[in-house]
Every structure is written in structure tokens, then in C-alpha cells.
Ligand binder design. Structure first.
Ligand code: FES
Length: 126
């Protein structure tokens, strides 16, 4: 028997519909983790809210799951709420991140926050 969280995590991995690069995003970032995998996050922002978030990675199954979850958690959130998203939120949402892949959650959230910073800097300095 699986929990609801595990089902959600499984769905995000099996059907990562949000795994795609975005043309002309309002904010974007990529980070190469210490493991060598790269995470990319793209944000479309309107009225102080994330209208759409997508991700792309060349990494492992866990990085796909974590990137997909980070983008899903960002969708519909205010910019302030994006800052509240943590690696713990990804672990709670997925429920099945192996201990030796917890760093994937940090990579995904770090990239999400960097994409938000990119948006804020573009807005401030054009
Ligand atoms: Fe590097 Fe998953 S092993 S992000």
C-alpha cells in the first residue's frame, strides 16, 4: 500500500509534463550540482504570482522527481511563498527520496530560488 504522497511523487516522476525548457521565461536559472548533474528552472510570472514553472535536468531519476516537484510546488504561488519552499517540502511531497539522493532536493530548491532572483533582478534593472 502506498501513501498519497508516494502516489503524487510517483506521478510526478512517471509523467513529468513540466519537464521542458521555456521560451522567453520571466526568470530562469541553472545550477550544476556537485554530483555533476544540472538542474534548470524556468518561471513565468504575472501579478506577483508564478503562472507557470517548468524544469529540465540531465540528472538521475531523483533529480527528475525533485525538479518536477519543485516546479509543481511553485505553480500558483506568490513570490514570497516561493521563498518558503524548502527541500523538506519536496521530501514531504514525494515521500520516497532515497537518503543518498537528498542532495537532489537541495539542488532543485536552490535552482528555484536562483530563478526567482533572476526574475527580481530583471524586474529591477530591466
Ligand atoms: Fe545529482 Fe540527482 S544525483 S541531482
Amino acid at each position: 500500500m502506498t501513501s498519497g504522497n508516494q502516489d503524487q511523487g510517483s506521478n510526478l516522476f512517471n509523467k513529468p509534463q513540466n519537464m521542458k525548457r521555456m521560451n522567453d521565461p520571466d526568470g530562469a536559472a541553472f545550477i550544476t550540482g556537485l554530483c555533476g548533474d544540472t538542474m534548470e528552472i524556468y518561471l513565468e510570472v504575472g501579478n506577483g504570482t508564478v503562472k507557470n514553472a517548468t524544469f529540465f535536468t540531465d540528472g538521475c531519476e531523483s533529480s527528475i522527481l525533485c525538479g518536477s516537484t519543485a516546479a509543481s510546488l511553485a505553480n500558483g504561488k506568490s513570490l514570497d511563498d516561493i521563498l518558503e519552499i524548502s527541500p523538506s517540502d519536496i521530501i514531504k511531497t514525494c515521500g520516497n527520496i532515497p537518503q543518498d539522493h537528498i542532495h537532489c532536493t537541495i539542488l532543485a530548491v536552490s535552482t528555484l530560488h536562483k530563478a526567482l532572483a533572476d526574475y527580481l533582478l530583471k524586474k529591477q534593472y530591466g
